[in-house]
Design a protein. Structure first.
Length: 147
């Protein structure tokens, strides 16, 4: 067999193995990919009542309501707010402590279940812009630049 044919067979075999490997990896990761739906997409989607999904959008101004609830002899904060994509809105219910970056007019991704046009969140992830600087570093930076 000529060297040219050996190289062609070796290269073809490696390409086939690479493609098979990629198919296996993508098949196994299909449910672990992180996507989120906007309120408009979520309202159009069917059969999501039992699924754990993510909802992303902006926290509507003046929509945050906080209330202390007694649950199993523990005081837990119950937060209700509205997530919007400026076309549709979905009310979100959450029990727990919110992230520091969470505020009105800020981007947010919530993870949980959607039932009866209301979203029951398990996790709240606040998003920030690319220019975010932690408050501690911001104070140091301001002091440094004031000299």
């Amino acid at each position: 067999m000529k060297a040219k044919n050996k190289r062609l067979i070796t290269l073809s075999t490696l390409m086939i193995l690479f493609i098979i490997g990629c198919v296996i990896v993508f098949y196994n990761l299909r449910e672990n990919l992180v996507f989120f739906y906007s309120p408009t997409e979520l309202l159009k989607k069917n059969n999501v009542a039992m699924e754990k999904i993510r909802l992303g959008g902006m926290v509507k101004n003046e929509s945050i309501l906080k209330e202390m609830v007694l649950e199993e002899n523990l005081k837990i904060q119950k937060i209700t707010f509205v997530v919007t994509d400026f076309k549709n809105e979905i009310e979100v219910n959450y029990r727990g402590i919110l992230p520091d970056l969470f505020k009105e007019g800020q981007g947010v991704v919530v993870e949980g279940n959607f039932k009866n046009n209301s979203f029951n969140a398990i996790n709240v992830l606040a998003k920030h812009d690319e220019n975010y600087m932690p408050p501690e570093l911001k104070e140091l930076n301001l002091k440094k630049n004031s000299y």
